[in-house]
Unconditional design. Structure first.
Length: 124
């Protein structure tokens, strides 16, 4: 056998191996990743819209039923924060027409159309 025949055989064998590996890889490849937010904010969507306003659902609350109190970070010195509809909020913040009056250790008091409404933190 000549050197050229060996070279051609080697190239053909390597090409078949590479093609086989590509076909096997494609056959067992996972489908594309799809992010499931599970009713939380998608971290890949900006919080600020192109116009400069909040793009979050938390800031569109118009009634107490739109509020979901998810957590409270209590800090007597620096001021406490609440996690509402997946967003961080502090006393004095407005979420649409709902305003946060007071953040306590286990509840938050809101002003809804001039009426104070307390939402307890669910400990589940």
């Amino acid at each position: 056998m000549s050197f050229n025949k060996l070279k051609q055989g080697y190239i053909l064998t390597m090409s078949v191996c590479h093609l086989s590996a590509i076909i096997i890889n494609c056959a067992f490849a996972e489908e594309g990743f799809k992010y499931d937010a599970k009713s939380r904010r998608d971290p890949f969507i900006p919080l600020i819209s192109e116009t400069g306003g909040y793009a979050s659902d938390a800031y569109e609350a118009s009634a107490i039923e739109d509020i979901r109190l998810e957590g409270i970070v209590w800090d007597d010195v620096k001021g406490s924060i609440a996690i509402i509809n997946g967003e961080i909020a502090k006393e004095g913040d407005s979420l649409g027409s709902v305003k946060i009056l007071k953040i306590n250790k286990d509840n938050v008091i809101f002003d809804v159309n001039g009426e104070s409404v307390k939402i307890e933190l669910n400990k589940d």
